[in-house]
Design a protein around this ligand. Structure first.
Ligand SMILES: [Zn+2]
Length: 62
């Protein structure tokens, strides 16, 4: 791609600030690890669900 993309803040991993590209499956995160860290931040108090949906809930209605 273009060299310019390295300076684009949109192409920067929000977790580790490493440069990344829209080519990666985990974009905008540079890796699956950073994606999970971000997910963990949501689950860790910032976004609290009263009760998580569990597999048994899905099976119950069938
Ligand atoms: Zn990262």
């Amino acid at each position: 791609m273009v060299a310019q993309a390295q300076n684009n803040p949109k192409n920067q991993c929000p977790i580790c600030k490493e440069s990344t590209t829209p080519d990666v499956a985990t974009f905008p995160f540079c890796s699956d690890r950073c994606r999970k860290i971000d997910l963990g931040k949501w689950l860790d108090g910032k976004y609290i669900i009263s009760r998580a949906v569990e597999q048994s809930d899905l099976e119950e209605g069938q």
